[in-house]
Write a protein of this length. Structure first.
Length: 131
């Protein structure tokens, strides 16, 4: 199956890759992220074909996944930093140290069907209560 985005789309829409990242590497990662989206979101290709989901939305999600994965492997990508002075301690916690590709809650909301919401009331007194 075709990836949802390619390196041209990635660059035209101003997603950021580390300096020196080749188009070939971008395309491989975009294909990998597309497989991840297909594995996580059932029937996504059918929803695009039925025009229930904008293909550009899916492409944007795939590009965000790749942007995040590539940034964590080549930059700080730090979740937290702790430093000390006494016994000279320093701790760095990386947000995504291996550059894993995953969907965030935001991505899932963007890609899944919207469920109808309903309001309801709950009767808190019994049927025989008269107050």
């Amino acid at each position: 199956m075709e990836p949802f985005a390619d390196s041209t789309y990635f660059k035209e829409n101003e997603f950021i890759a580390p300096a020196g990242t080749s188009d070939d590497k971008l395309d491989r990662n975009l294909a990998r992220a597309s497989r991840t989206v297909r594995a996580e979101i059932a029937g996504i290709d059918d929803r695009i074909a039925r025009k229930e989901l904008d293909p550009d939305t899916v492409a944007d999600v795939v590009c965000e996944i790749v942007e995040s994965a590539l940034a964590s492997g080549n930059g700080p990508g730090l979740e937290s930093v702790q430093q000390g002075a006494g016994p000279f301690q320093k701790t760095l916690k990386f947000a995504n140290p291996r550059g894993d590709m995953f969907l965030t809650a935001k991505h899932r909301r963007m890609l899944t069907a919207k469920k109808a919401r309903r309001a309801f009331t709950v009767q808190v007194k019994g049927p025989g209560d008269v107050r």
